[in-house]
Design a protein around this ligand. Structure first.
Ligand code: APR
Length: 312
C-alpha cells in the first residue's frame, strides 16, 4: 500500500509540497485548505501531470479532514502572510489559531502521523503543534534549517563555481535573522570553507543567508519564498518515509541539549521512520553558544505570547 501525506494549506508552499511529493512518487497526497475549490482544483491539476511525468500517486483536495485519515505524515503550511500594519504579535496570534486548528484536526484523524510544520514564525508554530497534538516530541518537527543551509550552500557553490552537492553547511538556532551559521563546520568536499574563501566573503554570504527570506520577499512583493521551502519539507518527509536516517538541520524540541530547555530550536537531527531519532550536540565555542542562546531567547519570547494565549 502507498504511503499517505496530508498537506494542510494549498497555497504556494503547500501546492509545491504536493508537486515535489508526486514528482518523487513518495506517497498519495491529500491537500486541505479552508478555501472551497482551491485544494480540489490544484489537486486535480497536479494529478493530471502524472501521465506526463510518469508518476503513479493520487492527489486529492478537501476542505475537511475526513479524507486525511491515517496519514503517515502531515505537513502544515497553512497560515497568513504578514500584512501591512500587522505587528509581529498579530501575525503570531493569527497563525497560532490556524496551526492550532490544523493540528487538532490532523491529530484526531491521524493519531500516529509525524507532523512537519512549515508555517511561520516557525519555531513558535511547531511548539504550538507539539502542545496541541500531545504527540511525543520525536513526531513533531519544524522545517527551517534545511532551507537556511540550502541558501548558504547555494551562495557558496555560486561563489566557488562548484557543485552544490559538494557543499555542506551547518546552521543552528531559530528560523530568522538570529540564526547561527557555523562557518567553521562548513566545507566543500571536506575542505574547510575557511581555507577556500576570505573572511570578508564568508561574512557577506552569512549575512545574505540570514536575510535570505527577506531578499525573496523584496522581489516578490506580495508573498514569500515557496520553491525551496517546499523542497526542504519534502526532503524531511522522504527521509522519514524511506527511513533514510538523513542528518538534517531541523527545529527540534530541546530538553537540556545545548543548555536549552523546553523550546524548539534548530539543531542537527537524524530523521527516520520514528521521526527525530537522534539530536546531535556539537561542541560550540563561547561565541557560538552565546549566539545560539540569543537566538533561543528570541524564540522563547514568541512562545511566551502563545502560552499566555493558551492559558486565557
Ligand atoms: N486551514 C487550512 N488552510 C488555511 C487555513 C486553515 N485554518 N488558514 C489559511 N489557510 C490557507 C490559505 O487559504 C492559503 O491557501 O493557507 C494557505 C497559505 O498559502 P499562501 O498564502 O500562498 O502562503 P505560502 O506562501 O504557502 O506560505 C505558507 O509557510 O513558509 C511559510 O511564512 C510562510 O507561514 C507561511 C506559510
Amino acid at each position: 500500500m502507498r504511503k499517505k501525506i496530508t498537506v494542510v494549506g494549498a497555497g504556494n508552499v503547500g501546492a509545491n509540497c504536493a508537486m515535489w511529493i508526486a514528482a518523487k512518487e513518495l506517497a498519495d497526497v491529500v491537500l486541505v485548505d479552508v478555501v472551497d475549490g482551491v485544494p480540489q482544483g490544484k489537486g486535480l491539476d497536479l494529478l493530471q501531470a502524472g501521465p506526463v511525468n510518469g508518476c503513479d500517486v493520487t492527489i486529492t483536495g478537501a476542505n475537511d479532514y475526513g479524507p486525511t485519515a491515517d496519514s503517515d505524515i502531515v505537513i502544515i503550511t497553512a497560515g497568513f502572510p504578514r500584512k501591512p500594519g500587522m505587528s509581529r504579535d498579530d501575525l503570531l496570534l493569527a497563525n497560532y489559531a490556524v496551526v492550532k486548528t490544523a493540528t487538532e484536526q490532523a491529530a484526531k484523524y491521524s493519531p500516529n502521523a509525524i507532523l512537519i510544520v512549515v508555517t511561520n514564525p516557525l519555531d513558535a508554530m511547531v511548539q504550538t503543534a507539539l502542545m496541541v497534538s500531545g504527540f511525543p516530541k520525536q513526531r513533531v518537527i519544524g522545517m527551517a534549517g534545511i532551507l537556511d543551509t540550502a541558501r548558504f550552500r547555494t551562495f557558496i557553490a555560486q561563489e566557488l563555481q562548484v557543485s552544490v552537492e559538494n557543499v555542506t553547511a551547518v546552521v543552528l538556532g531559530g528560523h530568522g535573522d538570529t540564526m547561527v551559521p557555523l562557518v567553521r563546520l562548513s566545507s566543500v568536499a571536506g575542505i574547510p570553507l575557511t581555507e577556500l574563501l576570505s573572511a570578508e566573503k564568508i561574512q557577506a554570504m552569512v549575512e545574505r543567508t540570514q536575510n535570505g527570506g527577506a531578499e525573496i520577499v523584496k522581489y516578490l512583493k506580495t508573498g514569500s519564498a515557496y520553491y525551496a521551502p517546499s523542497a526542504a519539507a519534502v526532503e524531511m518527509a522522504e527521509s522519514i518515509l524511506k527511513d533514510k536516517k538523513k542528518v538534517l538541520p531541523c527545529a527540534a524540541y530541546l530538553e537540556g541539549e545545548y543548555g536549552i530547555n523546553g523550546l524548539y530550536v534548530g539543531v542537527p537531527v537524524k530523521l527516520g521512520a520514528k521521526g527525530i531519532e537522534a539530536i546531535y550536540q556539537i561542541k560550540l565555542t563561547a561565541d557560538e553558544t552565546a549566539a545560539l542562546h540569543r537566538s533561543a531567547a528570541a524564540v522563547e519570547e514568541l512562545v511566551g505570547v502563545i502560552k499566555k494565549k493558551m492559558a486565557e
